[in-house]
Ligand binder design. Structure first.
Ligand code: SF4
Length: 297
């Protein structure tokens, strides 16, 4: 059985950057009169990435997942790491007001979307965000536009009466281009002039397209990544639509050798929050399973 890795798979630029920034923060010391130089306490607001194994590993190393800024402020010499989704501006203001050191790991693509929303609002337009209501990234983009924005994911979400004749559009970075096109076409059909800032990041789309292409050429697909990761779940859905023999796993020990008996090939893909070492471990075990099946047949 051949084991094939998708052309684009695993941690994207924004996730790699967030992990590297948290590593640097964890190595920062501060001076304490009683104890001398001690490591600063590092916290993330919510899970740094949607990958339970990585978050558990950070916790083991003392990098704590906090629910609120107030919780972080209770720690001595605290560093607050902002995750790649970004936050609303008032969160950073509150953290600084409480004397925390803020390490901003907001992905630069998300920062670009936040800035676009701000600029459109400053130009006096009503702002529409194409994205998922309640998603932290969408909330951060909306807050940068002053909060009074319309969030829609498909044309049916558009209100009958739009707030103005000119609408500025910003897009959640992980949305599909088709979702943006559908909204723009519907607004044009209604005679509304859309001013589009296409802030889609290609990382998600590349992973989806290459996983789908691979799924068409293999007998089974293994998708690696957090079950709480939206983009990993989406990869699973895309692959399942091509081959029902699609398995979403978080760790290699979830692989069942029986899934692969009689198969000639298996493809592997991984979500944008799956570090390379997790992918390598799965590929390695799949190769062992392939050898074992070959020896037994
Ligand atoms: S998917 Fe794109 S926007 Fe989101 S964190 Fe990764 S690189 Fe940044």
């Amino acid at each position: 059985m051949r084991v094939l890795l998708s052309e684009y798979a695993g941690a994207c630029y924004g996730v790699e950057r967030a992990l590297s920034l948290v590593e640097k923060a964890a190595a920062t010391e501060c001076c304490d009169l009683a104890d001398g130089c001690i490591a600063r306490r590092v916290s993330t607001l919510g899970p740094l990435i949607h990958n339970p194994q990585v978050v558990a590993e950070l916790e083991r190393r003392g990098i704590h997942e906090a629910a609120t800024v107030a919780e972080v402020a209770d720690t001595r010499g605290g560093i607050l790491v902002i995750r790649s989704h970004g936050v609303t501006p008032d969160v950073i203001e509150e953290a600084e007001a409480r004397g925390l050191v803020v390490v901003d790991a907001t992905c630069p693509h998300v920062s670009k979307a936040q800035a676009a929303a701000r600029e459109l609002r400053e130009q006096g337009m009503s702002v529409l965000v194409v994205g998922e209501t309640g998603h932290p990234e969408v909330e951060s983009i909306s807050a940068h536009a002053g909060g009074d924005v319309l969030v829609v994911q498909e044309p049916d979400d558009l209100p009958k009466q739009m707030p103005g004749q000119e609408t500025g559009i910003v897009v959640q970075t992980t949305q599909a281009p088709a979702a943006l096109d559908a909204i723009v076409n519907e607004l044009k059909r209604r005679g509304i002039k859309p001013h589009v800032r296409n802030t889609i990041c290609s990382a998600t789309l590349k992973r989806q397209q290459s996983a789908e292409a691979l799924a068409h050429t293999v007998d089974a697909m293994v998708v690696v990544g957090g079950r709480n990761s939206g983009n990993t779940t989406r990869l699973t859905q895309i692959c399942s639509a091509v081959t029902p023999a699609t398995y979403h796993i978080e760790t290699p020990d979830e692989l069942n050798p029986e899934w692969f008996i009689g198969l000639e090939s298996v493809g592997v893909t991984a979500g944008a929050s799956t570090p390379q070492k997790q992918i390598d471990a799965v590929v390695q075990l799949l190769s062992c399973i392939a050898d074992r099946i070959a020896n037994e047949s």
